[in-house]
Each structure stands twice: as C-alpha cells, then as structure tokens.
Design a protein around this ligand. Structure first.
Ligand code: GLY
Ligand code: MN
Ligand code: MN
Length: 442
C-alpha cells in the first residue's frame, strides 16, 4: 500500500475521533463541513479566486466550492461532491484515488440535493455560508458553534503523519522554486522575473500559492508583506528577500531566503551571516515544553547581540532590551503555526475551551503563544529590518541615542533580512522540514 493511502486512512480515523470528542457536550448528532461558496466582486460578475475553508480541507484536499463532508459519529464520513451542469467552466474533479474508500463519495449536481441526505435535524454546520446552513434547517446556535471550533482549532496544531507528509512535500517543491529564484536574482533578474522563475520551477500558477509571494530587492525588503513585483532593470540590486511557499493537498509551506551578490556591502553580508546563525540557533531550541513566546524572546536577545556586535546599536544588551530596541528591528513575531492555512488557526489558544493566551505587550504581532508539543508544526523566521517609518520616529528620542544612525543610513538601501524554515516538533527536538530538501537539492 502506498504511504499516502495508509497515512490518509489513519488521518481520517484520527479526524473521526477528534470530531467525535469535539461534538461531545454539544447537543448535535453530527456535523456538516462546507468548503464555501463562490463569490463575486461587488457590483461585478467576476468571480473572486476560491480558497476552500481550512477545516473542510483537512478532510478532503479538493479546493472547490460547495463540497461538503457529513460526519456522524459511528458512521463513515460522507463526502458530497457537487458537480454542477456548467458549460462555462471545467467542473471535473481530479483527486488522488486514495481519497476513495476512506469516505463515502456521493456525487450530486446541486447543493439543494444535499438536504434530502440530512435526516438528522440536529446537525452542526462549520463553514463560511451560514445562510446556506439555515436553508438546511440547521439551528443558528449550531452554525460555527464556538465550542466546537475552539476544540478543533486548538487540536489542529498537532499534525498527523499525513499532514506532516503534505507539509514536507510542500517544502520539497518550494525549495526547487527558491533555488530557481536565487539563480534568476544572481543573473540580474528583476522582481517580476524572479517571481515568474519561482512559479515556473514549481510548475504552479500564482493562484496555487498559499500566500502572495514576497519578492523584494533592495530597500523593498523592509516592507514585511511587500506585494509588488517591479519589472524594471535590476542589475544594480545586490540583495533579494524572497518569501514564497507551495501548497500540496491544501497544506502550505512558508519559506524565506535572503541572498546577496558578491558586491554587496560587507556590513549587510556580515549581518546576513549572523542572521543565518541566529535562525539555526533558534531552530535548535525547539523541543516539547518550550513556550513559543520564549523562543520569540530568545530571537530578540540574539538580534540585540547582533546589533551590538556590528555596532548598529550602542550600549548594553540589557539596555537595548529594556528600551525595546531589537523590537524595532524585528517588528513581527518569530513565527506562527503552519498547516492548511499559512498562519494556521489556534496560535493564541491555551486550551480546548478557547482560553486566549495573549502575546506579550512588547510583541503584539506574535501569532503563536502556544507551548511546543510533539507533532506541532510552525515556522521559525527571525528578521532584522531597517524600516524608515519605525526607526526615524526614534531618531530624536532617548531610544534614538542607542542607535548608530550612520550604520542605519548605510543599511537602508538593503531593506532587511529574513530567514524562515518550517519546523516539526518531535520528542527529540526539531525536525527541519525545509532544510532537509535544501541539502538534497543543492
Ligand atoms: N509568508 C508570510 C509569513 O511568513 O508569515
Ligand atoms: Mn511565516
Ligand atoms: Mn513567510
């Protein structure tokens, strides 16, 4: 039996148990999961790119609207595969044969037909279209019931072997793209060309990506989610920050690499070497029981040291930390949970009851406050940026006295650095789901 068959089969068994527990205490007989409905832009008949709802995708890796899973504990899950009569669009559904056999596939032509299959009145609905759920006579209290969602969102941080396999495959493919992107950059490619080189090497469309590729040359690397792709001569550009992933069966990779040409300013190059080191050190701190906010604090400490080592800041490490100086250089969290969503759900959940563990006040953008535990997958992505709007606001303040403005001006044209890997927590420590493929391919 192929690995994927075995893993998917076990994954479905796992989900069945997980959902059975999630539904306990809630007065329902089962749950209907919905991939979502197509929508159009306001005042237009143009359809918005569809991305299936993540809780549905964990069951069925088919990114299509109006697909449903009905799960009633004790019964085999039913997958309602809605294939409408439509001569405008391709409606054929292609998926691995390993799906069949693990769920009962019911092929129908319209969403309305589902109603005749919903014999139980007391179902819960999880999905993006509450109006549809009402049409199915699902009680409003059971539509996206928070009690169920809290349980599912908390639990899905722990991946099954099927999920880890998908994230690994998504890393393997993205690494091919990253290598092509780097090659293109070293040959003076511009942002647009690097972006296209990435997609081509991965053989994907932009709409297949788990998020908008960030392809930033020079100073644009300081824009954390830089979205443009400049199509202009880039010969003079010396550094590239590319943050790009892939999706396999719904699961994402999320990888950032920073590359330089030989003629790059030596200060930036040394900082990049330091950041590569910092990133690997942080990855090596991953193990069950460590609080993710502690990893974030470690990142700030290490970045503070780096800023002092390169005379970008003055004073003591303690002074920098007390004044929240490293925070100005890394104004994002050191990572987030990863899965069927690139920023996966449940990062702030403390337990299955929905208790929220807020990020520390000094780092409000930290997306993960969980305690590391076996089978969790998250990113580790320290960054060090020279963001004019954040730094200039401090130029004439007490904090500004700790900053070496000459060095900042020297570094502004290069924007920043980020290095990002995807990490699985095992009982023995980290498994780097990204670097294992880089080693093979390079
Ligand atoms: N690609 C977005 C992020 O790294 O979180
Ligand atoms: Mn990320
Ligand atoms: Mn990223």
């Amino acid at each position: 039996m192929r690995l994927i068959n075995k893993f998917y089969s076990r994954h479905i068994d796992f989900l069945m148990k997980e959902y059975e527990t999630a539904l306990k205490g809630v007065e329902v007989a089962g749950v209907l999961l919905h991939s979502g409905s197509l929508d159009t832009y306001f005042g237009d008949d143009r359809v918005i790119d569809f991305n299936a709802y993540s809780h549905y995708l964990r069951w069925i890796p088919i990114n299509k609207p109006d697909q449903f899973v009905l799960y009633i504990p004790g019964e085999k899950p039913k997958y309602f595969q809605v294939i409408p009569n439509d001569y405008w669009h391709e409606q054929k559904i292609e998926c691995g044969d390993w799906i069949y056999g693990n769920v009962n596939v019911v092929q129908i032509k319209t969403v309305d037909e589902i109603k005749s299959y919903l014999k139980n009145d007391d179902l819960a609905y999880i999905g993006p279209n509450p109006t549809l759920a009402v049409k199915f006579n699902i009680s409003t209290s059971q539509i996206n019931c928070q009690e169920i969602l809290n349980y599912l969102n908390f639990k899905r941080a722990y991946k099954t072997e099927y999920e880890v396999l998908q994230i690994k495959e998504a890393n393997k493919l993205a690494i091919v793209g990253h290598q092509a992107a780097r090659e293109c950059f070293l040959n003076d490619g511009n942002e647009y060309e690097i972006h296209m080189a990435y997609l081509k090497a991965c053989s994907i469309l932009e709409s297949d990506s788990p998020y908008t590729n960030i392809v930033a040359l020079g100073e644009k690397s300081a824009i954390l989610h830089y979205q443009n792709k400049r199509n202009e001569n880039a010969q003079k550009e010396k550094n590239l920050l590319i943050d790009a992933g892939c999706r396999i069966n719904g699961y994402a990779s999320d990888i950032t690499r920073t590359s330089v040409k030989m003629s790059i300013d030596s200060l930036y190059r040394d900082l990049l070497v330091g950041m590569e080191y910092v990133e690997q050190e942080l990855v090596n701190l991953v193990k069950p029981g460590v609080g993710y906010p502690d990893l974030h604090s470690d990142a700030l400490i290490k970045i503070g040291k780096l800023l002092l080592d390169h005379s970008i800041c003055f004073g003591s490490l303690e002074g920098l930390l007390n004044n929240e100086i490293p925070h100005l250089f890394m104004p994002h969290g050191v990572g987030h949970l990863l899965g069927v969503q690139v920023h996966d759900l449940g990062g702030h959940l403390k337990d299955i009851n929905g208790t929220i563990e807020v990020p520390p006040a000094h780092s409000p953008f930290l997306r993960n406050t969980r305690v590391m535990s076996e089978n969790m997958v998250f990113t580790v992505e320290p960054g060090c940026y020279f963001i004019p709007s954040l730094l200039e606001a401090q130029r004439n303040t007490k904090k500004g006295k700790l900053i070496n403005w000459g060095k900042i001006e020297q570094l502004y044209p290069y924007g920043g650095i980020r290095i990002e890997d995807n990490i699985l927590v095992t009982k023995d420590g980290p498994e780097n789901l990204t670097r294992q493929f880089e080693a093979i391919n390079s």
